[in-house]
Design a protein around this ligand. Structure first.
Ligand SMILES: Nc1ncnc2c1ncn2[C@@H]1O[C@H](COP(=O)(O)OP(=O)(O)OP(=O)(O)O)[C@@H](O)[C@H]1O
Ligand SMILES: [Mg+2]
Length: 332
């Protein structure tokens, strides 16, 4: 594949919302997190719950092998892009002198302009998220949830305001800084998967790990999402739910400090969806990864440390759950 590194890194992100230009020029703040060994993150499977967490009853997550699906044996490793060893960008401290939360949206507005039409997708959005928080973002269709996630993931620009992540003002990043930010800091599960169609499930996951500083084991993560038997299939040979799980495995395997999931269980049946959410919840708890999940399912608000309600481009309310429920105990 001769995809340039920016495209490889973004893994098709530009299909989403159609905008990816940077907001401006400024310095990359420091604190790029380097991990010394992948073993610093525990291997988590859907049935591998911490003892304090009730285990979800085991249910089959891997559909029977599709007899008409063809598979391809991968004999050649994917070529590692040559410029993945970019140095960590130079640190430029924030200029406003304020202490910022791990993630902070500060008066963020976003207007899409199409000819004479202006669509105010976000209007003065403010919220803060702490490191390691498991956050649920809920709201009706068109409320602005994906816009928030796309801006946070460095894939869309904002019209006004500021966005901080881990002490850095990402809303001022230039193109190069955004590429590095997306490559090393963010794992994204897209609402519409955005898998690379001419790569197998395993290759899609492997591709993401090749632009990570501290990736997880590809096969272990594929196994954790219940796709061990399907990993040599191309996306077109997978069901929607299987593709969604490839997308989740791809984001998790990067071992990012910030995992952004846009409707990660939208195509999954009840039990599989629950197991995937449990995987994400366990992973976040054990590894202190900050996870943000967009959903329409209000039952899931009980599992978040924080719940951000979005309505008509505004933050309607923000709730804190002192005792978030385990996903295994939530029914809907
Ligand atoms: N690229 C775009 N160009 C123009 N308008 C857009 C674009 N992307 C989103 N919008 C508009 O911005 C608003 C917010 O969209 P967004 O995708 O954030 O909603 P959402 O809350 O994720 O909805 P859903 O639950 O249906 O995915 C909507 O009115 C949408 O039509
Ligand atoms: Mg959306």
């Amino acid at each position: 594949m001769d995809t340039p590194i920016e495209d490889v890194n973004d893994l098709g992100v530009f299909a989403q919302n159609g905008a990816n230009a940077p907001a401006g020029e400024a310095g990359k703040g420091g604190r790029h997190r380097r991990r010394t060994a992948s073993s610093s993150r525990p291997h988590v499977t859907v049935s591998d719950a911490p003892t304090a967490i009730p285990v979800v009853p085991k249910t089959p997550t891997v559909p029977a092998v599709d007899p008409i699906a063809t598979t391809r044996t991968v004999t050649e490793p994917i070529a590692r892009p040559e410029n993945v060893t970019d140095p960590i960008p130079a640190t430029t401290p924030n200029t406003d002198g304020d202490d910022h939360a791990f993630i902070e949206f500060d008066h963020v507005s976003k207007t899409y302009t199409m000819g004479e039409t202006h669509i105010q997708a976000l209007d003065d959005v403010n919220f803060r998220i702490d490191n390691g928080e498991f956050v649920i973002v809920v709201g009706a269709s068109g409320a602005g949830k994906s816009t928030i996630l796309n801006i946070l993931g460095g894939m869309d620009t904002l019209t006004s305001g500021k966005v901080f992540v881990d002490g850095n003002e990402v809303s001022t990043y230039n193109d190069k800084q955004l590429v590095l930010y997306r490559r090393y800091d963010v794992g994204l599960v897209f609402q519409f998967y955005n898998l690379v169609q001419n790569l197998t499930a395993r290759e899609n996951v492997e591709l993401a790990t090749q632009v990570s500083r501290d990736p997880l084991d590809v096969d272990e993560v594929i196994d954790a999402v219940g796709l061990n038997d399907r990993k040599d299939n191309f996306p077109s040979q997978l069901s929607g739910g299987e593709q969604q799980r490839v997308a989740i495995a791809r984001a998790l395997a990067k071992n990012p400090k910030l995992l952004l999931c846009d409707e990660p269980t939208g195509a999954l049946d009840y039990n599989t969806g629950k197991q995937i959410l449990k995987l994400l919840q366990d992973y976040a708890r054990r590894s202190k990864m900050t996870v943000i999940i967009i959903t329409h399912n209000y039952a899931l608000t009980s599992i978040g440390d924080k719940v951000v309600h979005v309505k008509n481009g505004h933050i309607e309310s923000i709730e804190l759950n002192a005792h978030p429920m385990n996903i295994a105990d939530v029914e809907w």
